[in-house]
Design a binder for this molecule. Sequence first.
Ligand code: 5GP
Length: 214
Amino acid sequence: MVVSAPSGAGKTSICRGILRQFPNIRFSVSCTTRPPRLGEVNGKDYDFISAGEFRERIARGEFVEWVENYGQFYGTPKKTMNAFLNQGYDLILDIEPRGAKAIREHDPRGVFIFILPPSLSELKSRMSLRGESAAVMERRLQSSLDEIREALWYDYIIFNEKLEEAVDQFRSVYIAEKSRRDLFTERIEAFFKDELCLTASDKVPQARRANPEE
Ligand code: 5GP
């Protein structure tokens, strides 16, 4: 699940709520060159690395996607992502829309979720709580509006009015996505095979979300 949101929409709290509820979902820890904020833990929130190391890792092709944002690099390491997926975990990727688009082009298994604040005025007032200068706020607001425009191509939108309800909505998206018919192709075919009655017309259509690397 690829999750994007403008800052102040409450994405981190929603993702935490989901990760607490579902042990089968893991968080894809990105690499970044930006310095850690207070309370952020290396290896848990991000892998904080130097710009030099980041560039070397780009050159070695170690990222599924990466972007430069306000002079800092952010990237999703292939190794972590594939390790979790191969072990059967589902993943949350907290990334911005350019990275999300790259994932969409690279891997048909992604489910794209955009989290929005209830309204623009609510977003502004959440931003002002951060105590930043008017100029910084204006810049952030503009970049939020640019991001929000991207919401239009995502699969799901969650308006975060009340945290609990937003987590519930995310949870519903996850459960619905896990119930897609195409995820059960082999299991359904096994029913028929066990009964020795598989006919050509019983053939279940191929998975829509087949892993391109398999
Ligand atoms: P922050 O510095 O506030 O933690 O993150 C800034 C933005 O970078 C957020 O929108 C976050 O979702 C995004 N981001 C974090 N990790 C990645 C990543 O690996 N790839 C991309 N494309 N964006 C990321």
